[in-house]
Design a protein around this ligand. Structure first.
Ligand SMILES: CC(C)(COP(=O)(O)OP(=O)(O)OC[C@H]1O[C@@H](n2cnc3c(N)ncnc32)[C@H](O)[C@@H]1OP(=O)(O)O)[C@@H](O)C(=O)NCCC(=O)NCCS
Length: 153
C-alpha cells in the first residue's frame, strides 16, 4: 500500500516525537533522556500548531512537517490573516527521494489555503532549497531582519 499523508492527531504525539528525535540525531545532537515524553507533552499542549504525518501502509511513520501558526492582530492597513513558521520537515532516510517531502509540503500548502494563511516562512537547509522552490517558496524580502540572544550570525 502506498504511503499516506494525513493531519496528525493527539494519538500521533510519540510518532512526531520519534521523527523529530531522528532528525536531531541525524544533525549530530546527543539524545537527551526523557526527550520523547518531553516533546510529546509540549506538542500536545501547543494549540497553535499544524502537523502532517506521512505513514507507510503498515502505519510506520515515514515523515513529518510541523509549523507554528501565528494569528495576526487586527489591522486597519492589512486584512486579518495568519502565517506559518515551518519548524521541521523530515523524511526517514529509507523513504527519501520518492516524493514524500513534496507531498508533506503540498498537504501543508493546501491546509494553509483553506485556513486563511497568507504567508509561510522557514529556514531552508541548502540541499532542500530546490524542494521548496518547486513548491513555490522564494527568497525573503531584503527588509527581513532578526535578533538572536547569543549574537550568532
Ligand atoms: C528534505 C527532505 C524532507 C526531503 O524528503 P524527500 O521525501 O526525499 O523529498 P522529495 O522526494 O519530495 O524531494 C527530494 C528533494 O529533497 C531535497 N533533498 C534530498 N536529499 C536531501 C537531504 N539529505 N537533506 C535535505 N534535503 C534533501 C532535494 O531538494 C531533493 O530534490 P532534488 O533531487 O531536485 O535535489 C529529506 O531529505 C530530509 O528529511 N532531510 C533531512 C532533514 C532536512 O534537511 N530537512 C529540511 C530542513 S529545511
Amino acid at each position: 500500500m502506498a504511503p499516506v499523508v494525513r493531519l496528525a492527531e493527539p494519538r500521533d504525539a510519540f510518532a512526531v516525537a520519534a521523527l523529530t528525535l531522528q532528525d536531531d540525531r541525524e544533525c549530530g545532537a546527543a539524545v537527551q533522556p526523557g526527550f520523547l515524553d518531553r516533546f510529546a507533552d509540549a506538542w500536545l499542549a501547543d494549540r497553535a500548531r499544524v502537523t502532517f504525518l506521512a505513514e507507510a501502509g503498515d502505519g510506520r511513520p515515514l515523515g513529518v512537517v510541523t509549523a507554528a501558526v501565528v494569528t495576526k492582530l487586527p489591522s486597519s492597513r492589512r486584512p486579518d490573516g495568519r502565517w506559518l513558521h515551518v519548524s521541521l520537515l523530515f523524511v526517514t532516510q529509507d523513504a527519501r527521494g520518492a516524493g514524500l517531502g513534496a507531498a508533506l509540503l503540498a498537504a501543508l500548502l493546501t491546509w494553509a489555503d483553506e485556513n486563511g494563511v497568507d504567508r509561510m516562512q522557514l529556514n531552508a537547509a541548502p540541499r532542500a532549497r530546490s524542494l521548496y522552490q518547486r513548491a513555490g517558496f522564494t527568497d525573503p524580502s531584503p527588509g527581513l531582519m532578526e535578533w538572536r540572544a547569543d549574537g550568532a550570525r
